[in-house]
Design a protein around this ligand. Structure first.
Ligand code: SF4
Ligand code: SF4
Length: 209
């Protein structure tokens, strides 16, 4: 896994979620979920990958051929009466909000300037590192980092010219119902194992299905 996290000495935020807020943060653009995030949602909701996709997600293929599952948020379908119904398995973007992370040769954290959130500027000042720990987000960040690394490699491959491989790749990455032989048990190890297989598939070294 590449890169180190540099939070920087100025990485502080003052934020406290406001009780009774109508959660405008859960209305907005769709989020692309990593297979790890999809797996965690599926485990929490006890849904098959097919049911989860049908009920809550939208499949999308990037121009590069990389398959993605999108969580539409207009508003998010997991938002019920102003509350997140998948809170323990909420995606990374939701965990970090009002902070966000991107990859630019290393992890870069930013603070949202979303004027709709009444929680901005409230509560105690915390370092970004403290906030990430409180949100139990480190493992999600590590899995997301590995996912970005895979996507970048796949984008440099010939995947866009091979629709069949794209379909295999989607099954390999997002179909968690069937356990493969010797597949690890924890969601993290499972995800990392699948990514390794996906990399071999993209590179043309492996036909897993
Ligand atoms: S908009 Fe801000 S205060 Fe309201 S639910 Fe979202 S994070 Fe909390
Ligand atoms: S998953 Fe939960 S926190 Fe994230 S947008 Fe949906 S309702 Fe909001």
């Amino acid at each position: 896994m590449r890169g180190t996290v540099s939070l920087g000495s100025s990485g502080v935020l003052r934020f406290a979620c406001v009780s009774g807020c109508s959660a405008p943060c859960c209305h907005g653009h769709a989020i692309a979920l990593s297979p790890y995030e999809v797996l965690r949602l599926g485990e929490l909701l006890r849904l098959s990958s097919e049911e989860l996709e049908e009920r809550y997600l939208a499949a999308h293929y990037e121009e590069s051929g990389v398959p993605l599952l999108m969580l539409e948020r207009s508003p998010c379908r997991f938002l019920v009466e102003g509350r997140c119904t998948v809170y323990p398995a909420r995606p990374l973007a939701c965990r970090l909000y009002p902070a966000g992370v991107s990859w630019k040769g290393g992890l870069e954290f930013r603070l949202s300037q979303d004027g709709r959130c009444p929680g901005m500027g409230r509560g105690e000042e915390r370092t970004l590192q403290e906030y990430i720990l409180q949100q139990d987000a480190w493992v999600y960040i590590k899995m997301w980092e590995r996912w970005v690394e895979f996507v970048e490699r796949a984008e440099e491959s010939e995947l866009s010219a091979n629709p069949l491989k794209q379909v295999f790749l989607k099954i390999l990455l997002y179909n968690y119902d069937v356990r493969m032989r010797d597949e690890p048990a924890s969601p993290e190890e499972r995800f990392l194992h699948r990514i390794e297989l996906a990399e071999m598939l993209v590179a043309g070294h492996h036909q897993p299905l």
